[in-house]
Design a protein around this ligand. Structure first.
Ligand SMILES: [Zn+2]
Length: 149
């Protein structure tokens, strides 16, 4: 059972937003993910959201087959500011499990094209909007793509 890596890619429609940055301090910014067991004949999807933080590994045991594994973020591949299109936010590194879902949460810094910063913004409702000044983040999406390195 080897280490597998998955690119967490995000996309959004930005209006009046120059970029959005994950976290003020990367080490405190949680990447909330769900995982499934990769053991043959098990493949249980765990319902619990698990926060991953830069620089720390999480141990997980499958409720069904009792397999033990680890989850974490690949060093050097996280906290990438989002400026548009589809881009990699972080690379998830796991052993015995694979990520199946990502949830946007709080801690984002939104930087407007007007230079105004909105720190510690929550994207948990699927976006961010200040309609009166035309600043918004909409159509938030994520995907997880298996990497071959
Ligand atoms: Zn299992």
């Amino acid at each position: 059972m080897g280490v597998e890596r998955f690119s967490l890619k995000i996309s959004a429609r930005l209006d009046g937003v120059a970029r959005m940055e994950p976290g003020f301090e990367d080490t405190e910014f949680p990447y909330w993910l769900k995982f499934k067991c990769t053991a043959e004949g098990c493949r249980l999807e765990h319902s619990k959201w698990i926060p991953l933080f830069v620089g720390s590994k999480v141990a997980l045991q499958c409720n069904d087959c009792s397999r033990r594994g680890t989850l974490g973020l690949a060093s050097g591949c996280f906290g990438v500011p989002y400026v548009g299109g589809e881009s990699t936010l972080a690379v998830v590194e796991c052993c015995g499990f694979e990520p199946i879902a990502y949830q946007f949460d709080m801690g984002w810094k939104i930087v407007g094209t007007n230079g105004i910063e909105y720190p510690n913004t929550s994207l948990s409702t699927g976006g961010f909007s200040l309609d009166d000044i035309g600043v918004s983040v909409k159509n938030l999406e994520w995907k997880l793509v298996k990497l071959n390195w």
